[in-house]
Design a protein around this ligand. Sequence first.
Ligand code: WT7
Length: 637
Amino acid sequence: MSYPFQITSREAYDEAYKKSVQDPEAYWAEVASSFVWQKKWDKVLDWNFMDPKISWFEGAKLNISENCLDRHLPTHGDKPALIWEPNDPEDHHRILTYRDLHFKVEQFSNVLKNNGVKKGDRVCIYMGMVPELAIAVLACARIGAIHSVVFGGFSAQSIADRLIDAQAEFVISSDGAYRGNKEIPLKSVIDDALVQCRFVKKVIVLTRTRIPVSMIKGRDVWWEDEIKKVETQGNPPCPAEAMDAEDPLFILYTSGSTGKPKGVVHTCAGYMVWTTYTFVNVFQYQPDDIHFCTADIGWITGHSYILYGPLSAGATTLIFEGVPTWPDAGRFWDIVDKYRVNILYTAPTAIRSLMGFGLGPLQGKHLTSLKVLGTVGEPINEEAWHWYYEHVGKKKCPVVDTWWQTETGGVLISNLAGVTPAKPSYATLPLPGIQPLLVDENGKEIEGNNVSGNLCIKFPWPGILRTTYGDHERCRQNYFATYPNLYFTGDGCLRDENGFYRITGRVDDVLNVSGHRIGTAEVENAINMHTGVVESAVVGYTHDVKGQGIYAFVIYSGNHGDENLSRQDITQTVSRIIGPLAKPDKIQFVKGLPKTRSGKIMRRILRKIAEGDFANLGDTSTLLDPNVVEEIKEGKI
Ligand code: WT7
């Protein structure tokens, strides 16, 4: 497969960028012409950021699964589409060619249909990183059902919230999942969630760990039994449903600054074009490359750069079930050598954690197949960048620092591997089609270079979110109302003397813990559920490995007598309500919280205290009771 839209020189980048700004419709029409359409579009772009209403390729009919599977069969049906590395390196790996994957997706699409799933239905997928997860996602896309993948680390309560919000009547899960030395009982978590969700009609359960599960009559069915039924029907084909360009493809929940996670909605055509285009350009994918993105498919990175982008580009994508440190901290390197991986895409937190093990785990590893390294999810510090570049890439592989968000569908700001220059800790330049700008608090544009401000984008790109599920007003409020006519990212940003962008982190009440987005309000709500808790305030602080850690200030009336037991109780509560990923790293019991006279908690002060930066607490005179600050400072942990 060749990619007519691949940019292979700095000059070509400049030219593409210019064209994408001067005549976006012509630029994207040309890119889109290398996909398979059941019917061509009537209009490339229609938009306003006020409602917002954004529509790409309106009038077109297509199916992303046809682009990810069927279109590759005539030319490279026998090429590996998916390589699966199991959690246990001693277990058998699996390789599915495009033909295999196509067959299995059609088969499972028929399973979905047999179980009553129809176009437009919402299907929640809660599974570990197994090939069947990819098959389930693609099968939903094939029949036009809207998937909502929930990361395996979320709690029953989080799943229930998501099921209710999306009114999802179908669930796909597995008995359990392996992650390192842990076995996670996924089906039992689903059972707990479904107590609150009587509207769920079917649960399809894959066998993975053989942990005992309870199956409810009429509701729960085994994946394997359902496949057998399709086999006895003679494995009929399942043609890809003709989808409108703007039909929803999936919902993915993500945290914001307010309490409840929101369901970001991406649609069929624009998302397909954007993920494929960015995959091919950012990583400079070459037809025989093996691409290894270490994210989980439960996050947007996995959706876009394990599944849709690579498969639509006809690439070979690697799915890894386990964790980077099990059985030892050399696991990534073993995988790279075993499959001769060419592109490695991971998170700064993983790099920092592996750095902590020193160079030992790298000894004896060749890593000679690597051509491109990528990072995503949070700012990468220079030390981690250099370690990655020198010790993993042996100074031969360009590092792409890719900045983007769940809402953006794919990468917006990044260097193109080996094509445009890299600069440690900088995402560098916008991709064609992306028009970033920095604004001050009042929304006034900050022009020129060597400046910093809040990062906004002023023109739509094909992969931008269209709405938040069931609540369009929330989408408007969150992203398009802070600064009129601009998409606001929530990130702070600096533009250097050469116009390179460096993302400095969130400017709202959203934390980035190990590359996972967590709202402070969400964690506070969970902490406050504990009977002994009167009130709490959560802030982030600098953490060597996680990037940010979670620091909770808690007013506690419980009387365990033992503070550590109380801390464990609270941590347990958060784990139950949200999931282990939101557990506070530090809990400090306090008598009061710093509040303004109007009762607002001054997090600015708490953030400084959590950082140990007592000298720069700023003005505390507007506080209702300035004394609480002294008390909190003394009790800092
Ligand atoms: C937030 C989005 C994009 C997939 C993974 C996270 C931060 C992301 C970078 C980067 C600095 C980054 C931002 C952004 N972020 N990539 N290369 N450099 N910060 O997706 O969960 O939607 O989080 O992650 O703060 O807003 P997400």
